[in-house]
Design a protein around this ligand. Structure first.
Ligand SMILES: Cc1cc2nc3c(=O)[nH]c(=O)nc-3n(C[C@H](O)[C@H](O)[C@H](O)COP(=O)(O)OP(=O)(O)OC[C@H]3O[C@@H](n4cnc5c(N)ncnc54)[C@H](O)[C@@H]3O)c2cc1C
Length: 385
């Protein structure tokens, strides 16, 4: 792969530590989590003890004030191993930043230390059965009664939702606002409270990832649990979606490179009467295309990472990064079945290859489906010429 110059020696040392933790603590247990459909709480605590959660959060709230590059390293090492159930970056780089940037001191003190230590698991709930891509059309309502908010609604496909202690829930504070002009707000909801029902969703992709339905029925949330300003929820979601998409791009890219590398080695090792499968022009030219795509994507993602660190983050670039990385990943995962022949769908190798294929489809759906990203990028084209 291309030479990358964004990491320091310290980051590379940290990469070795992350790899050792994942290979030593996670890999031996991962198959049982696939079976269970979720990661046990103990694993979150261990990740917290190892300092792998919310590293960029301030020290005053349990984090390590680390560089964003350390978040990148963790996401890459997870992606390389395709540990799709144990998406620590969901907690560290998708949920925690809402607290760091928007929460009051009291809210930070109540939740951030637990998210950093792994004592608490966090989730974010936007998607509803009838509004996934169309975030602004959500139907969950947040009404006001004496001193509290009352939450009613149905969220679906919420990652870590069944395990989560705390969920950031988006809902409409102004139920009379016309669709598309939703006055959304964000609430910090503790899942142990009355009015919260949860049920796991059985799924064929990302099998170890806890994915859950959340139903809120007259769920009373103290007014002190409003995150940020009332009515600004949509602005917050779209602002933070940029970082979410960049993290998903980083994860997808690392998975793509790992699957491609394994495939090249397979093709090189699979003998034919005249050499190996890799000697066929139809094989190597296709692999060359995908390798080139990976190189170009990596350079683009690294540019986005640097811009994120410099606070010059551009949400459209994150959309491009996620679109490209997840679509190339999908092409590689499909070819990883095709070029293995029957082995691509049988035995242990086939099981891995077909799981990679299904998981890669998830990656071009979650955090904004590819078509939605194309739509958003396409509509902004007139401003970039
Ligand atoms: C494993 C997993 C984990 C998830 N985790 C979370 C989470 O933690 N929190 C959360 O809130 N959500 C989560 N989601 C939900 C995810 O963000 C949504 O699935 C995604 O946004 C798509 O919404 P949808 O499934 O409702 O599809 P729909 O909105 O019904 O779209 C279906 C398809 O229609 C097409 N389409 C839709 N809109 C357009 C458009 N404008 N232009 C062109 N084509 C379009 C696309 O092909 C799209 O895939 C998760 C999903 C999965 C699969």
């Amino acid at each position: 792969m291309i030479r990358r110059n964004i990491f320091s020696q310290g980051d590379e040392q940290f990469r070795l530590e992350v790899a050792a933790f994942l290979d030593g603590e996670i890999a031996p247990r991962y198959a049982s989590w696939v079976e269970a459909g979720r990661v046990p709480r103990e694993a979150w605590r261990k990740a917290g003890d190892a300092g792998l959660l919310c590293r960029t959060a301030p020290r005053s709230h349990g984090g390590r004030a680390a560089s964003f590059l350390e978040s990148v390293v963790i996401a890459e090492e997870l992606g390389k191993r395709r540990f799709s159930g144990f998406l620590t970056f969901l907690q560290s780089d998708i949920v925690a930043p809402y607290f760091v940037r928007l929460a009051t001191d009291e809210q930070k003190a109540a939740f951030l230390p637990g998210l950093c230590s792994g004592e608490k698991v966090g989730a974010i709930a936007m998607t509803e059965p009838r509004s996934g891509s169309e975030v602004a059309q959500m139907r969950t309502t947040i009404s006001k009664a004496d001193g509290t908010f009352v939450l009613n609604g149905h969220k679906t496909h919420i990652s870590n939702g069944f395990t989560a202690d705390v969920v950031l829930v988006a809902g409409r504070t102004d139920a009379t606002a016309p669709d598309g002009d939703a006055r959304l707000s964000l609430l910090i909801v503790e899942t142990g409270q009355k009015g919260v029902k949860r049920s796991p969703i059985a799924k064929s992709g990302m099998q170890a990832l806890d994915t859950c339905e959340l139903i809120f029925q007259d769920c009373e949330v103290p007014k002190t649990r409003l995150l940020g300003a009332e009515g600004q929820g949509l602005l917050y979601l779209f602002t933070f979606l940029g970082l979410e998409r960049l993290m998903l791009a980083i994860y997808a890219q690392a998975s793509a490179i790992a699957i491609l590398r394994e495939l090249i080695l397979f093709c090189h090792g699979r003998k034919t009467s005249t050499g190996t499968i890799l000697d066929h022009q139809t094989t190597y030219s296709r692999l060359a295309d995908l390798y080139s795509d990976c190189c170009v994507n990596q350079a683009f993602i690294d540019t986005c990472i640097v811009e994120q660190m410099q606070g010059r983050h551009d949400p459209r670039s994150s959309s491009i990064a996620k679109l490209r990385a997840s679509e190339v990943l999908k092409s590689i995962a499909l070819l990883a079945i095709q070029f293995r022949g029957a082995q691509g769908i049988s035995g242990e190798t086939g099981e891995r290859a077909t799981q990679d294929m299904i998981d890669s489809c998830v990656q071009s759906i979650w955090g904004g489906a590819s078509e939605v990203l194309r739509d958003a990028i396409g509509k902004s084209l007139v401003n970039c010429v």
